[in-house]
Design a binder for this molecule. Structure first.
Ligand code: CP
Ligand code: NVA
Length: 330
């Protein structure tokens, strides 16, 4: 039977089968072709979506806005300060109001429970644009990027270095397990993914002929890796005071040229972005002043190297989000 995601929410990849995830990656690749050739695809003209952001964003917001417009839809953006949600109106009531006006709702913010509650009450598809626990739209883009570079996914090894318990690391572990990619979380024991999620992913991985490795040893972690992935060491919503502790724990896991040299031949470097690979940001400059380090989760050399596919991932966010919107609203 063909895959049909019409009317579904997109909250976390655990809710989807490998065939459904692959369908979204294929659809994203197809939309990328249409965009590149300038072929119009306003298939959802007449529909409207709303984007609820409780945290800042460049890629996710722009991807939803451009994707929505390319599909012919009206797009409304609500920033962290300009809706009643949470402060004067419950999540449940907000969902019921927005569901009467819009055909789909994107949410970026805090707990996964919030996006789940929106979905329970909206009556229209809800898409997770990043929560504390998961970042699933990023995964469709990243798996498309990985497939573009290697031709297929099954049997590859992806190693995530650093804060292996954040939303991106959690989501990569699920995505890899579902798609037959061997996943390694390489970081200190204090920042490993939650045991319950690891156990769930190991069961899924076993069904898809791949494995999950957690290690504190960099050489073991990156040996044979086709992709080395990292993310910032302090995520949105975490307190500023945590930087000193994170730097202490995560410095040994910075992705350097030496780390890349220990990975498989032809390995690529991946990052969801934004990245602190230099001091050209206020946070990067502040950390340099306070701690005397100018590169955090990866070196500028790796970020700018030929192995780096970070801007392909960023572009693919838009094609992936278009696929997710189209598949759930068509
Ligand atoms: N990768 C990502 O989600 O980027 P933004 O925070 O800019 O949306
Ligand atoms: N882990 C990061 C991802 C940003 C796209 C954060 O949540 O801030």
């Amino acid at each position: 039977m063909g895959v049909n995601l019409s009317g579904r929410h997109f909250l976390k990849l655990l809710d989807f089968t490998p065939a459904e995830i692959t369908y979204l990656i294929d659809l994203a690749e197809n939309f990328k072709g249409l965009k590149r050739t300038g072929t119009p695809h306003a298939h959802l003209a007449g529909k409207n979506i709303v984007l609820l952001f409780e945290k800042t964003s460049t890629r996710t917001r722009c991807s939803f806005e451009v994707a929505g417009r390319d599909l012919g839809m009206g797009v409304v953006y609500l920033d962290p300060a300009s809706s009643q949600m949470g402060k004067k109106e419950s999540i449940e009531d907000t969902a019921r109001v927005l569901g009467r006006m819009f055909d789909g709702i994107e949410y970026r913010g805090y707990g996964q429970n919030i996006v789940e509650e929106l979905a329970e009450n909206a009556g229209v598809p809800v898409w997770n644009g990043l929560t504390t626990e998961f970042h699933p739209t990023q995964m469709i883009a990243d798996m498309l990027t990985l497939r573009e570079k290697f031709g297929s996914l099954k049997g590859l090894k992806l190693t995530f270095m650093g804060d292996a318990q954040n939303n991106v690391a959690n989501s990569l572990m699920v995505a890899c397990a579902k798609l037959g990619v061997n996943f390694c979380a390489c970081g200190p024991k204090e920042q490993m993914p939650e045991p319950h999620l690891v156990a769930t992913c190991r069961e899924i991985a076993a069904e898809n002929d791949c494995g999950i490795l957690l290690t504190e040893d960099v050489a073991e972690g990156v040996a044979g890796a086709n992709a080395v992935y990292t993310d910032i060491w302090v995520s949105m919503g975490e307190p500023d005071e945590i930087w000193a502790e994170r730097i202490r724990l995560l410095e040994p896991y910075r992705v350097t040229a030496d780390v890349m040299a220990q990975a498989a031949d032809g390995a690529i470097f991946m990052h969801c972005l934004p990245s602190y690979h230099d001091t050209k940001t206020t946070v990067g400059a502040d950390i340099a002043e306070r701690f005397g380090i100018e590169e955090l989760e990866c070196t500028d050399e790796v970020f700018e190297s030929k192995r780096s596919v970070v801007f392909d991932e960023a572009e693919n966010r838009m094609h992936a989000i278009k696929a997710i919107i189209y598949a759930t609203l068509k």
